[in-house]
Write a protein that binds this ligand. Sequence first.
Ligand code: CU
Length: 66
Amino acid sequence: MQTITLKVEGMSCNHCVNSIEGALKEIGASGNVSLPNKSVTISFDEKKLNEAAIKEAIEDQGYDVV
Ligand SMILES: [Cu+2]
């Protein structure tokens, strides 16, 4: 299991939190959004997923990984 923290622009409310955490769940990762820090901490199995796939899942929801 690997844990990374990404800075994400555009998250402002609970809807954003749910979109991102839901999208991560769909690809098999576990995400935890911090609105004050504008960051998402993600735990995932590095044998099944990689950072690029995670960034893509977040960006598909309309947010920018910086
Ligand atoms: Cu929102």
